[in-house]
Design a protein around this ligand. Sequence first.
Ligand code: F0G
Length: 445
Amino acid sequence: MMKNFEIYKYKVVEKINFLTTEQREEILKKAGYNLFNISSKYITIDLLTDSGTNTISDLQLSMMMLFDESYAGSESFERFLQATKNFCNKKYIFPVHQGRAAEKILAEIFCKENYYVISNTHFDTGFAIYKYKNSIPINLPTDYALYDNEYPFKGNINLDRLEDILKRESNKVSHIVMTITNNALGGQPVDLDNLIQAYNICKKYNKVFVIDGCRIAENAILYKKIKNLKQSIKEIIHSYTNYCDIFYMSTKKDGIAHMGGFIATDDENLVSHIRKLTILFEGFPSYGGLSGKDMEIIAQGLKEVLDEDYLEERINQVSFLGKLLEEEGIPVVKPFGGHAVFVDAQKFIPSIPPDYLVGQSLVVELYRQGGIRTVEVGTLMYAKDAIRNLVRLAIPRRTYTYNHLVYVAEVFRKIKNSKESLKGFRIISADPLVPHFTSILEPIK
Ligand code: F0G
């Protein structure tokens, strides 16, 4: 029988706040039309991110109580170690406080000035960190990811272009990062075949191959469904992680935790380097910037994320919202991905040019009309490097019900009927490396 309801019941609740449109207009003005500047008490439905916004389970909370905060040799670390090894099948594990800390350590090791860091598509933090190190981040998505079609693996890397760059300029490439799922282009899965071929090409040119696997469990359930496989989620994850030199993960995503991350490898030549930088930047390698409580929550979360019932409901929620929007005639990226619905803002509001931040205009309108917080993934986030102008509706894990998502679709319907009046925004100030986090905007009159 189809389970068309949440597979969890409430144990702890938090009241949701509703404001009037006039109150929200005031708040938007004060926030410089940047939703990162708005207090969560003024938000009705928060779809800004699925990162660290997870609802933890009763078991995670119970395990947290067993915390051991010893600086070295902590039992919480032992449980963390066991769970992370079981999850990604690597020998050496280094905890870090979140994904970008792993990116910083890897950038310290591999990045060189004016060298390329190639990816299927970098997400914002890695992209900014590599630029900060004076490297050149390069995105090589496939053409499928750039237009409307139902190709199931829009997360893939463009193998021809990868080989071409390596053939011509191998000595200018520092390393390759595969983002699984491909967050910036729709939370889309990467095909195992594509990953293996990319790995083999990189090995031919003796390049380090890294997986950013913060949503690899979501990738695994999507892959399993597309290919109609019998294997367990854990087996599928391992068949991906077997093909990389380094696996890193922000456990704020598929760790179903609030904080954390880790770097994993089998390569003994890399271990001392990673260990040293973990000590320098994060903490002793038995905690790496995490408390024992965090490590307990992550250890339990990494077990729960392997549960197929959980993962199935997770992707069902995403496609439920996607289908509701589709029924309203809102252009969305398809097929639906693992953690979010992505709206094609440019197509939805063609009257606003990308230079007037069409995506951010939709983000602001969703808040103004419905108290919904989302994020732009386009010209504001990536400036001239933007591939598409999308708005991401990221669904926090185990947090909202189907009815909350129905409300989101209703707000979209309202916007659809009034979108001709939207004119766009211009940037007054922003840090060029991380513009979407720091920008102050003003409406175009
Ligand atoms: N890699 C990917 C693919 C991510 O989506 C993120 C974060 C990171 C790395 C960095 O991890 O936040 O723990 O430092 N993405 C969040 C998001 C912020 O909203 O998608 P972090």
